[in-house]
Design a protein around this ligand. Structure first.
Ligand code: HEC
Length: 157
């Protein structure tokens, strides 16, 4: 390799490394409008905020906060595919996030499953959104809500 080729390769690698850090950091500056939680049991309120902050980008039809790199060729396809698949599998729409529309028992069980097994948010999302992973406290909040929903549905039978 000539000196010039080596230098170009080095610059390319450098640019790539800068992007690798700069793109996730750019996500910290995105603003998100939060939906007020008006209905549902008390335990749902903090859970809705977790879902809105950490899950809505993929699971909520018109609530995605698009990152700066949305329009980059590969990124745009990955994001579109994730959102489509996510919403086919589990919908966190406005009615549900505001507490107006209750979750079915089956959906509650599916949420419990992904939370307990650390399956959501997906790894590729967490790589780009450094504060999107569920913390221990988030998980406890979600499990408390699931237990409260289960107790509620038992007592109303
Ligand atoms: C990057 C996009 C993305 C984010 C963010 C995301 N999900 Fe998902 N989710 C998906 C995709 C894609 C699927 C369908 C494929 C799969 O199950 O892996 C899915 C599936 C699911 C399912 C259905 C699993 C099943 O098959 O029973 C649940 C429940 C779920 N997600 C909950 C969550 C929760 C809770 C969060 C936030 C903590 C979250 N997701 C964040 C992309 C996402």
């Amino acid at each position: 390799m000539s000196k010039k080729a080596k230098l170009s390769a080095l610059i390319l690698v450098g640019l790539f490394l800068v992007m690798l850090v700069a793109l996730p950091i750019s996500n910290f500056f995105l603003a998100r409008d939060l939906l007020p939680v008006t209905d549902g049991i008390a335990e749902f309120k903090p859970v809705s905020l977790i879902l809105q902050n950490k899950c809505a980008d993929c699971h909520s039809p018109d609530m995605t906060v698009y990152p700066l790199y949305t329009k980059l060729p590969i990124a745009s396809q990955l994001i579109a595919k994730d959102r489509e698949e996510a919403q086919q599998n589990m919908l966190f729409n406005r009615e549900r996030l505001s507490g107006k529309q209750p979750f079915s028992k089956l959906d509650l069980a599916r949420i419990q499953n992904v939370v307990e097994n650390n399956e959501m948010p997906p790894v590729q999302y967490k790589l780009m959104h450094w504060n999107a992973g569920l913390t221990k406290a988030d998980k406890e909040t979600i499990i408390e809500w699931l237990q409260a929903e289960a107790a509620q549905s038992k007592s109303s039978q």
